[in-house]
Design a protein around this ligand. Structure first.
Ligand SMILES: [Zn+2]
Length: 229
């Protein structure tokens, strides 16, 4: 592939370093400070070729392997894969059992909707718990906790003290969920991404860099849950 044509360069006057991103559609974007030369950007991209390729193939995997919304399909939940298994009785039940999700006699979008509702409810319980625990540790108290479905972010914090979470992240391992919780709570103290902000995050989520990276890498994969099949 020729990076000459495939890379979009966006100049950001306030940036101090080069940063590269692979978008869900596999396009490559470089965020660059205003005065970095084209040659320097090309050299930077060249050193990142392996990284770009691995991200692109991961995106492709997610696109080619959507969740199968039928008995036998698999859905991630808190970092584990749960197999969808149709209930044997005629109970219209929906429950977790031995690493699988017992589902009613549904498939396609009807099943997807059911699983999404289930995940959203679980998220309300699990994330509320984690928020309460970390809020006590951090000596902070959000005014309100909200849950939403978002395509481009995992959480947010308003100046009025409302923390919002993207319940889709409940597919991720709990330590990743915890990182997002800590991140948003830390915004109650520091409404920015300054060093002071990251210092707070680091106390309660020492491996935050790994978790942040995990979310970036798996964003496309996590979004399979809400993609219309
Ligand atoms: Zn933030």
């Amino acid at each position: 592939m020729s990076f000459e044509s495939a890379v979009e360069v966006i100049r950001r006057p306030r940036r101090r370093s080069l940063c590269i991103q692979v978008k869900p559609d596999n396009s490559v974007v470089v965020l660059a400070p205003r005065f970095v030369s084209k040659g320097a950007i090309d050299r930077f991209v060249t050193t990142k070729i392996d990284w770009i390729r691995s991200h692109q193939s991961r995106n492709k995997d997610s696109i080619q392997n959507p969740i199968v919304w039928a008995s036998g399909g698999e859905v991630p939940y808190l970092g584990q894969s749960y197999k969808l298994i149709e209930s044997q009785g005629d109970e219209a039940c929906f429950r977790v059992s031995n690493g699988s999700l017992v589902i009613p006699d549904l498939e396609g979008q009807a099943l997807q909707k059911k699983v999404m509702n289930w995940m959203r409810n679980c998220a309300t319980d699990v994330i509320t718990d984690r928020v309460e625990w970390y809020a006590a540790q951090m000596g902070l108290q959000p005014k309100e906790i909200k849950f939403r479905k978002m395509k481009s972010r995992w959480g947010s914090c308003s100046s009025r003290g409302t923390v919002s979470f993207n319940w889709i992240m409940l597919q991720a391992p709990l330590e990743v969920v915890d990182y997002v919780v800590v991140h948003e709570l830390a915004h109650l103290k520091e409404m920015n991404h300054s060093k002071r902000f990251w210092d707070i995050v680091e106390v309660y989520s020492p491996n935050w860099k790994v978790h942040r990276q995990w979310l970036r890498r798996n964003q496309r994969w996590l979004m399979r849950l809400i993609e219309v099949g």
